[in-house]
Design a binder for this molecule. Structure first.
Ligand code: FES
Length: 106
């Protein structure tokens, strides 16, 4: 099962087994990662699942599509490596992924 490392808003790092086929956001919720609020439930409408993809993983994760890109405009402190984690599907290709949770409460 792919392993995803989440660094939460307080800087705590946790590596979790996350099944392929669910989103990086769902993996965070299942593992109680602090700071991923996911208020819209994963429909790309709220931006409260915002995280920063580790630079080494940006190519593998890819860029946001047009809809995600416009929802990301709502995010606090958007950066070039910003993604909405509900829009990243976990797969074997992302085994080892590292994401840092953004400030989704601000
Ligand atoms: S959960 Fe709302 S945009 Fe991802």
């Amino acid at each position: 099962m792919p392993k995803i490392t989440y660094i939460d808003v307080n800087g705590n790092e946790r590596t979790c087994d996350v099944p392929s086929g669910i989103s990086v956001m769902e993996g965070a919720i299942q593992n109680g990662i602090e700071g991923i609020l996911a208020i819209c439930g994963g429909s790309c409408a709220c931006s409260t699942c915002h995280a920063y993809v580790d630079e080494r993983w940006m190519d593998a994760v890819g860029k946001p599509d047009e809809i995600e890109d416009s929802t990301l405009e709502l995010a606090v402190e958007r950066r070039p490596n910003s993604r909405l984690t509900c829009q990243i599907e976990v797969s074997d290709a992302l085994d080892g992924l590292v994401v840092r949770v953004a400030n989704n409460d601000g």
